[in-house]
Design a binder for this molecule. Structure first.
Ligand code: ADP
Length: 492
């Protein structure tokens, strides 16, 4: 299968300059595909196609019910090719195969969910508004924002695309999808699926290539009405600045350094399981990863001992191997970033409980052991900065107030978790944490129906659920003057 063409206006075309870049399998550092490297000229073609499709094509005029047919067809195609697409994701991203299958099944579910919401939109998009002056009547109606651009990261390649493409198309927007250059392959598969289900031309355009090269061109472009981004805070800030040029509607899902508070009435085995899931799944390359763990003093030594024991049992390897729970990091750059963060902790004498290096069994591949630092000072970068790797920092605490204060002491506010047998306490703490997603007695399970997004520097807006659809809708008021009496302000 080749990946060296762009999907623009319903056609596969080579880049204007014919350039490509290599996609690498992070488990063995081998090239798996050559991917088209879009230029600004290519980006311009995609913008023209999406604009034309929105302004003059059928898509934005279709009823939600008509659009839902296409969204369901996309969901079905993803499901029909679950194994192939999941395998491609493993090769491109490195994650364990069962995790890739969750992602791809969730991506299909996301298209189905927004197909249902597109239908509901037909019934609910117009709302009569009661005004304080009965000479007037008013209707509020929802309309698609226009041409949307999705810029997505490499940690959940197809799923992150689905979180943006599905609600945008459900709303009636047309879209330009820019996958992360590190993991472009499943986005290209989505283009093939769009073509197969006969999505009208220009509705979904896929531009692979360098974010630095075409990203600012897109985010600054006057014919794009909306930018939806998931990625790092610095790029999110650049996008905000760039999108200001024509006051684009933006939604941003950025980084996190989420806290997991474990009270000492918790079951230690449950705590160990969820702490590990909270930081080691997807190799810790998860914006909502609970990378700071606060454990109450009473169980601190026992919990650390069990955590060290269990984390050393995690099977590391190629994502296709049976039983593997930790694959390689996504690329060399990420491997170097994570290694540097660990190195800094070691040099600053932060106590390393477990892991911290490349597992000896691997000469190739971007593998890093599950790594646990303990008694981490609250001002150390290991505690403060997002690492985006399988590295957890742990501290103990004495009181509930202390734990909440410590958890909230962060520039981020994406997620948080709390564990205790006292459900009242969990609910109380959940409401005091300044973050957009709180898990009680678990960490990470994510549902298409529920709102997703962050407080503080973790972003703007919410994805998923009904909130995800609202991201791609404008609200218009239509007010009528119904009185027979003249207005009589100028003309008496
Ligand atoms: P990472 O550094 O881990 O790849 P980023 O936040 O840099 O994470 O990237 C997320 C997405 O943003 C990718 O699709 C990338 O190509 C894109 N991107 C990078 N730089 C820019 C930019 N200046 N403007 C718009 N998008 C960008």
């Amino acid at each position: 299968m080749s990946y060296d063409q762009l999907y623009i206006n319903g056609q596969w075309i080579p880049t204007q300059k014919g350039g490509t870049f290599a996609s690498i399998d992070p488990s063995n550092e081998q090239v798996i595909a050559q991917v088209a490297s879009a230029t600004k000229e290519d980006a311009e073609k995609a913008v023209i196609a999406a604009r034309e499709a929105f302004d003059n094509g059928p898509w934005s005029k279709f009823t939600g019910k008509e659009r839902a047919v296409y969204l369901r067809a996309i969901a079905n195609e993803i499901r029909n090719n679950l194994h192939e697409i999941s395998s491609l994701e493993v090769k491109d991203n490195g994650k364990p195969y069962p995790e890739a299958e969750w992602d791809i099944a969730d991506a299909a579910g996301c298209f189905e969910f927004y197909a249902n919401l597109a239908e509901t939109l037909d019934e609910e998009k117009e709302q009569n508004i009661q005004l304080g002056d009965d000479r007037f009547s008013c209707v509020a109606t929802k309309e698609p924002v226009g041409v949307a651009c999705a810029i997505i990261p490499w940690n959940y390649p197809l799923l992150m695309a689905a979180w943006k493409v599905a609600p945008a198309l459900a709303a009636g927007c047309t879209m330009i999808l820019k996958p992360a250059e590190v993991t472009s392959l499943t986005a290209i598969e989505l283009g093939r699926i769009a073509e197969k289900v006969g999505l009208p031309k220009g509705v979904l355009n896929i531009l692979t290539g360098s974010g630095r090269e075409i990203g600012p061109y897109l985010t600054d472009h006057p014919d794009i009405d909306k930018v939806a981004f998931t990625g790092s805070v610095p790029i999110g800030q650049q996008i905000m600045r760039s999108a200001a040029s024509n006051v684009k509607n933006i939604s941003l899902e950025l980084g996190g350094k989420s806290a997991f508070i474990v009270f000492d009435d918790s079951d230690i085995e449950d705590a160990v399981e969820w702490i590990m899931f909270g930081i080691f799944w997807n190799q810790g390359q998860v914006c909502s990863a609970t990378s700071r763990v606060l454990v109450q003093e009473g169980i601190y030594p026992k919990l650390l001992a069990r955590l060290a024991e269990e984390s050393q049992k995690i099977k590391i390897g190629n994502g296709f191997e049976e039983g593997v729970k930790l694959g390689p990091l996504v690329n060399q750059k990420q491997y170097e970033n994570v290694t540097a963060a660990i190195q800094r902790g070691v040099e600053d004498n932060v106590k390393l409980l477990s892991g911290g290096k490349k597992p000896e069994a691997f000469t190739q591949g971007y593998y890093i052991e599950p790594t646990i630092f303990v008694d981490v000072p609250e001002d150390h970068p290991l505690w403060v900065e997002e690492i985006f790797g399988p590295v957890v920092s742990i501290r103990s605490f004495a009181t509930e107030d202390e734990a909440i204060k410590s958890a909230n002491n962060s520039i981020f506010g994406l997620a948080g978790a709390v564990m205790s047998k006292d459900i009242e306490r969990c609910n109380r703490v959940a409401r005091k944490l300044r973050a957009g997603i709180i898990w009680i007695n678990c960490s990470q399970p994510t549902f298409t129906e529920a709102p997703w997004g962050g407080y503080k520097q973790s972003g703007i807006g919410r994805e998923l659920g009904i909130w995800g659809l609202e991201n791609y809708l404008e609200v218009k008021q239509i007010t009528s003057y119904n009185s027979q009496e003249p207005w009589a302000w100028y003309i008496q």
